[in-house]
Every structure is written in C-alpha cells, then in structure tokens.
Design a protein around this ligand. Structure first.
Ligand SMILES: [Zn+2]
Length: 75
C-alpha cells in the first residue's frame, strides 16, 4: 500500500508565512537541470522555491541557491 502521494503534491498547500491557501504553483527547471516548484502567495506576496530531496520530501530552496543554479556557466 502507498504511504503517501506519488508524484507532485509535495509542496505545501498553504503559505508558510500567512497560511493563505491562495498560492500559485509553477513548475520550473533551473539551468543546471534541477526541477523546482515556484510558489507565490497572493495574500502576502511571499515567494518560495521547493525541490524534492533525496528522501523524496519537498524541501525549501533558498533564493541564493535558485539564483546560483540558474546562472549560466561559461564553458
Ligand atoms: Zn502568504
């Protein structure tokens, strides 16, 4: 039997700042290939990024990490 939802749905369904359910979720792939979900709150405009860790659980990604992984690397 499954112990949890498979694929997607790992991100929080309410804002971690104001607990509003009015969230926009947008799947993105960073330049380095990392699949992330961009979460934007309509109520307080908080923005967060989440990725799936090796344990299969969603984890918040610091903006610094997102920017670093989005930067184009010189060849
Ligand atoms: Zn909020």
């Amino acid at each position: 039997m499954s112990t949890g939802p498979a694929g997607g749905g790992l991100e929080p369904t309410v804002c971690s700042s104001c607990a509003s359910p009015q969230l926009t979720r947008l799947p993105m792939v960073l330049t380095d290939g990392t699949e992330v979900t961009f979460v934007s709150c309509h109520a307080c405009e908080r923005r967060e990024w989440f990725t799936v860790g090796e344990d299969g659980l969603a984890q918040s990604l610091p903006i610094e990490t997102v920017l670093a992984r989005s930067a184009k690397k010189p060849r």
